[in-house]
Design a protein around this ligand. Structure first.
Ligand SMILES: [Zn+2]
Length: 283
């Protein structure tokens, strides 16, 4: 697709939210120590997303979704293969667009190999952790794919991975902030859009309920850090520093978004659509 010639500023983006996979499990599989709450168990849908921030000057990819093989092994349903999503969005995977990696779990770094010329931005703590002895413990390694982490390490050796300690601005209008909690370098991203600053929490917050009721996700490396992350997100919202948040896995994320035209619109919504972006008229 093409964007209109001018009205967007260099540091103002549209944020495309792509749902590429799904799984329905149990609440007790999603929330840590669920029995503590004394509530009945029930179904919990987890959706899988990748994100694209773009304007007429640049495209920034944020996470790359999961790969088909581990998804099948882990019983996830593929709604739209990420490679297809990028193609339908008009993202040229060979163009060297930078990629922010919010953390190195399998469902966020599954397709790095699609991007032969890209550089990748990740928190130093995340890279350090996954190359440490501790990461091989089963309760931690379960959430990563060895070959995908190895690819990340190889890319780092090749000089294609840029790390940051607490925060970085890989492009004007986009900031990535290391928060920790879910993983040691779990990061979230702010994107400046026509609808204000959007906070893409990634897995600092998986589900809206997780944030609202302070119910940590089942996979965590630093529990106090995870609670601090909730506090930080809430503070950013209540102070007005961010206009809205987009969580990492809530099945409702696309519900109120404008949908793109064409088949991709089934799986993709857009926040702060730039002039010229084709939007479904009935959305
Ligand atoms: Zn995730």
């Amino acid at each position: 697709m093409t964007l209109s010639p001018v009205p967007d500023d260099d540091d103002l983006y549209e944020l495309v939210v792509v749902r590429h996979g799904t799984r329905t499990g149990l609440r007790s599989e999603a929330y840590l120590s669920y029995a503590t709450y004394g509530e009945p168990d029930g179904p919990q849908t987890t959706d899988y997303y990748l994100w694209v921030a773009r304007n007429r000057s640049r495209t920034m990819l944020i996470d790359t979704g999961f790969a088909a093989t581990p998804a099948a092994r882990r019983g996830r349903t593929v709604l739209l293969p990420p490679a297809t999503a990028y193609r339908e969005l008009g993202v040229d995977v060979g163009a060297g667009h930078p990629v922010i990696i919010t953390h190195a779990h399998w469902d966020h770094i599954g397709n790095l190999g699609l991007f032969p010329r890209s550089t990748f931005h990740i928190a130093q703590a995340e890279l350090d952790f996954w190359t440490s002895e501790a990461a091989s413990a089963p309760l931690l390694s379960h959430f990563a794919e060895r070959d995908e982490v190895d690819r990340l390490v190889r890319l780092h050796r090749l000089g294609r991975v840029t790390t940051f300690v607490s925060r970085a601005s890989p492009a004007p209008g986009i900031e990535v902030v290391a928060v920790g909690g879910h993983t040691p370098g779990q990061s979230m991203v702010t994107v400046n859009t026509l609808e204000g600053v959007v906070l893409l929490t990634s897995d600092v917050v998986h589900f809206t309920e997780e944030l609202e009721r302070r119910m940590p996700f089942i996979s965590v490396t630093d529990l106090p850090g995870m609670y601090r992350g909730f506090g930080l997100v809430s503070e950013l919202m209540s102070s007005g520093a961010v206009r809205r948040i987009v969580t990492g896995h809530d099945p409702c994320e696309l519900d109120h978004l404008l949908r793109l035209t064409g088949p991709i619109g089934e799986h993709a919504g857009v926040i702060g659509a730039l002039p010229g972006t084709p939007i479904r008229s009935n959305s």
